[in-house]
Design a protein. Structure first.
Ligand code: X2X
Length: 284
């Protein structure tokens, strides 16, 4: 769903080339970047029906189909990347993947890093939870995202990523939230002034494949694909780490104004609104 210059696209393209080479040309994967085949929720339908074979999607958007898949997006669940990868590459990830397999989707073992998400705005910096009252914010199409910003008394609008730039430009919404790498690569700095480093959740993409299509592949072909997908993901995670270190300065140079909000205020407001209690009920 993202521009060709994003590390996810770059590393997946390398994987596709390596898979073609190593399979002696038997596996020739075509990449359609940047929402060419529709927005995320469309593409999710397409990978289920078999119109698309492989599709990377945020666990939170996958939540429309597999409620548990959104669990990593619980606000402030992960204090750092060491905790993220221990969970996602460990038992939590395995638990989520088992749920995804039940809806006839294959899911690769390692997920891509999207990043910790921060709030941008064209109108004002967000310093505390109170600043979100009535704030018109785009969120991806996902129950957890909508629930979180409703609990914070903002006015969330579910919009696929394919439509976000224009929604910001035409001021249908005041703001959005995304990791720094995306804010840079999707050029949101052209239509947003403030970047508030809320780091309110960690988000990544599971690489999904149509279940029947995957099952029909010979084991040796599956092994070649698995190997190169894993390699691509590990490199992509490294790319995002390096990008995140430098991108803040680039965005500042482009005129964005940064602030470090009071994170506890968001956590407190969410607790008081019953957000964690509600999701404990759903996730178990
Ligand atoms: O839609 C978004 O905001 C994005 C690009 O971060 C996701 O894939 C969830």
């Amino acid at each position: 769903n993202i521009p060709v210059t994003h590390p996810s696209n770059i590393r997946v393209r390398e994987a596709v080339d390596a898979i073609k080479r190593e399979s002696g040309g038997k596996v020739d994967i075509q990449i359609y970047p940047n929402n060419q085949l529709g927005g995320d929720t469309d593409m999710l339908s397409q990978v289920r029906s078999g119109a698309i074979d492989i599709f990377p999607l945020s666990g939170l958007i996958l939540q429309t189909l597999v409620p548990l898949a959104g669990i990593n997006g619980l606000a402030f669940a992960f204090k750092d990347y060491a905790t993220v990868w221990a969970a996602m590459d460990g038992e939590l990830g395995a638990f989520v993947r088992a749920a995804v397999n039940k809806v006839n989707l294959h899911v690769f073992d390692r997920c891509l890093d999207n990043g910790y998400r921060n709030i941008t705005s064209s109108t004002k910096p967000i310093n505390t939870a109170a600043d979100l009252k009535g704030f018109k914010i785009r969120v991806p199409v996902s129950p957890l995202w909508t629930s979180m910003f409703k609990a914070l008394e903002a006015a969330p609008a579910s919009i696929n990523f394919s439509e976000v730039y224009s929604a910001l430009q035409t001021k249908v919404v005041e703001g959005q939230e995304n990791p720094l790498a995306i804010i840079e690569i999707a050029k949101f700095y052209e239509v947003q002034k403030y970047c508030s480093m809320t780091g309110h959740m960690w988000d990544g993409q599971w690489i999904l494949a149509n279940g029947k299509r995957w099952a029909a592949l010979p084991a040796d072909v599956q092994a070649v694909i698995n190997k190169h997908v894993t390699e691509a993901v590990m490199k992509q995670r490294d790319d995002i780490r390096r990008l995140t270190d430098v991108v803040e300065a680039q965005l500042k140079a482009k005129g964005m104004v940064f602030n470090n909000p009071d994170k506890e205020s968001f956590r407190d407001a969410l607790s008081k609104a019953g957000f964690y209690k509600e999701w404990r009920g759903t996730f178990g």
